[in-house]
Design a protein around this ligand. Structure first.
Ligand SMILES: Cc1cc2nc3c(=O)[nH]c(=O)nc-3n(C[C@H](O)[C@H](O)[C@H](O)COP(=O)(O)O)c2cc1C
Length: 447
C-alpha cells in the first residue's frame, strides 16, 4: 500500500512560518540553542517523520516601511540563524530523521553549496537534503552585496547552471575512489577522481572537487518553485517537491501536471514525492482544537501580514493604505513570488488592494488550517493523499514544539492505524526512507 511522506517544516528562527509563533504561551524561547532543535527533532523522530527541513531567507522582512524598527519590535521573523548549523545540531540529537536545509542558488557559489551539503551527508550518515531556492527579494540582495534581486526567470536560468556544477562536483569522486592504503601509499585512485570544467552564461567553475562521494551518493534535492518557470525547474531537478496547493481541486490538477512534466523529461514520476503544506491545529476533541485555534488567531498582528507580504513580493506594502488599489505598474513592480501576486489578482478579479493581499494570502496567519481531533485531521490528510493531490505533507507549526507534539500524539497513530503512514523507519538513510535510489554518477543528465 502506498504510504505518505511527512516532513516537518522548520525554521532556524524565533518564529515558525507564523510570525506570531514566538508570542504563543507554550512556545519555547531558546531558539539559538542546540537543545531547542534537538528537542524538536526528537519529537519528529518519535513520530517517524521522514524529514525535517529548515527554510531560509537571507534577510529579515525589513522592506516593510524601509526600516527594521517595527519588525524587530514585533519579532516578525527577525532572528534567522544559519540553518545548516541548526540542522547539524538536530542531526546529532537524532538517528533516523532526514535533515534538510535551504541554500540559495542566487547568492551562494555552487562549489560552496556542493561541498557543504555533501559534507553534511557524510556527517549525518546519509540523512541530508538541500532545498534549492532562487531567493525572493532586494533585502537579500543587499545583505549579499548586490543592489537588487535578479529578474525572476533569469535567476532560474542561473539556477540551472548552478545545478549542473553542483551535480558535476558531486560526481567528482566515484564510488571506491578512496583507497587509503598506508602500506602501498595509495590514498585515492586518480582514475576515479574527475576534474570539472564548466563555462555557462552566468557561472563558471573549474577544478577538482574535494569531498568524496557520500553515503547517499549525494544529498536529496528538494525544490518548491511555484511559478511556471519554477515548476519547470522543479520537474527538471527535484527529487522531492514542496508545494502550497490552494485547494483540493487545484492540487489534483497541478499534481497531475507536475508528474506529467517529470515523465516528459524522461524521469520517473513515481520516485518524486510531492508534498503540500498542512497547518494542523489538533487536540483530543474538536472543541479543544477550536479553542487552540482561537488563541493562535488572537496572537496575529497586522504588521505580521504586511511585513511578510513586503518580503515575499519584494515591495513595500507600507506605501499604500489598506483599501487603496495597486496600479498595473505597481503590480508589475512586485518581483518576488510572482505566483502569489498572480493568485491575488485572479481571485480579486480587479486591481487588488492591500486588504485583498492580506485576505487572499493570509500571510502571517495559518492558511487553511486543519482544526480538529486527530481523526478529523487524519481524514483531511487522507482525502488529499488518496484523491491524488499529493504524496505527503509539509507539516507547518503554529508554535514549537507544541504543534509537532500534538501531531505525533493525535494524528500519527490515526494515520498508522489506517495503514497510510509507516510504523517505523525502513532504513538508515533519507533516500531509503523516501524510497529514492542512490543516484548513479551522471544520472542527472537528461537523455
Ligand atoms: C514548503 C515550502 C517551503 C519553501 N521554502 C522556501 C525557503 O526556505 N526560502 C525561499 O526563499 N523560498 C521558499 N519557498 C518558496 C519557493 O522556493 C518559491 O520561491 C516560491 O514558491 C515562488 O515560486 P517561484 O520562485 O517559482 O516564483 C518555499 C515554498 C514552499 C511551498
Amino acid at each position: 500500500m502506498r504510504q505518505m511522506v511527512l516532513v516537518g517544516f522548520l525554521q532556524a528562527q524565533n518564529c515558525t512560518t507564523l510570525a506570531s509563533a514566538w508570542r504563543h504561551p507554550d512556545a519555547h524561547s531558546d531558539f539559538t540553542t542546540a537543545a531547542y532543535y534537538q528537542r524538536i527533532g526528537q519529537v519528529l523522530e518519535a513520530g517517524k517523520f521522514q524529514l525535517a527541513f529548515f527554510d531560509d531567507r537571507l534577510a529579515m522582512p525589513d522592506i516593510y516601511g524601509g526600516n527594521p524598527a517595527e519588525v524587530v519590535a514585533n519579532g516578525v521573523r527577525v532572528v534567522k540563524i544559519d540553518p545548516v548549523a541548526a540542522m547539524m545540531a538536530m542531526g546529532f540529537g537524532t538517528r533516523y530523521l532526514g535533515l534538510g536545509s535551504t541554500a540559495s542558488t542566487t547568492y551562494y557559489e555552487p562549489f560552496d553549496v556542493a561541498r557543504r551539503f555533501q559534507t553534511v551527508d557524510h556527517m549525518l550518515g546519509g540523512r541530508a537534503a538541500w532545498n534549492v531556492v532562487t531567493s525572493v527579494n532586494d533585502a537579500e540582495a543587499q545583505n549579499m552585496g548586490r543592489i537588487e534581486h535578479m529578474e525572476h526567470d533569469a535567476r532560474y536560468d542561473r539556477a540551472d547552471e548552478f545545478m549542473e556544477i553542483v551535480h558535476s562536483c558531486w560526481d567528482g569522486w566515484e564510488d571506491g575512489a578512496l583507497v587509503v592504503d598506508k602500506k602501498s601509499g595509495l590514498f585515492a585512485d586518480p582514475g576515479k577522481v574527475h576534474r570539472l570544467e564548466y563555462q555557462g552564461k552566468y557561472l563558471k567553475s573549474s577544478g577538482t572537487f574535494t569531498v568524496p562521494r557520500s553515503p547517499q551518493g549525494h544529498p536529496v534535492v528538494i525544490q518548491a518553485g511555484s511559478s511556471n518557470r519554477g515548476k519547470t525547474f522543479s520537474a527538471r531537478w527535484a527529487e522531492t517537491v514542496f508545494v502550497a496547493y490552494e485547494d483540493l481541486e487545484a492540487g489534483k490538477r497541478q499534481y497531475t501536471d507536475l508528474k506529467a512534466e517529470v515523465a516528459r523529461l524522461g524521469r520517473d514520476p513515481d520516485r518524486l514525492s510531492v508534498n503540500t503544506i498542512a497547518y494542523p491545529v489538533v487536540a483530543e476533541t474538536k472543541a479543544e482544537a477550536e479553542d487552540k485555534m482561537a488563541l493562535i488567531d488572537s496572537l496575529y498582528k497586522e504588521v505580521d501580514g504586511l511585513s511578510l507580504l513586503s518580503e515575499a513580493l519584494n515591495y513595500d506594502f507600507k506605501k499604500k493604505s489598506l483599501d487603496e488599489a495597486f496600479s498595473a505598474e505597481e503590480l508589475e513592480g512586485m518581483s518576488g513570488m510572482q505566483a502569489m501576486r498572480d493568485r491575488v489578482m485572479r481571485i480579486a478579479g480587479r486591481n487588488p488592494t492591500v486588504r485583498d493581499f492580506l485576505e487572499v494570502t493570509r500571510r502571517g496567519r495559518p492558511r487553511e488550517a486543519g482544526v480538529g481531533s486527530g481523526k478529523e485531521v487524519a481524514d483531511r490528510l487522507e482525502q488529499w493523499f488518496t484523491d491524488g493531490a499529493c504524496d505527503g505533507f509539509v507539516v507547518a507549526g503554529t508554535h514549537m514544539p507544541g504543534t509537532f507534539e500534538d501531531f505525533v500524539r493525535f494524528v500519527t497513530p490515526e494515520l498508522q492505524r489506517r495503514g497510510l503512514f509507516r510504523s517505523d523507519y525502513t532504513g538508515a538513510t533519507l533516500r531509503e526512507n523516501l524510497g529514492l535510489p542512490v543516484p548513479k554518477r551522471g544520472s542527472w543528465r537528461l537523455a
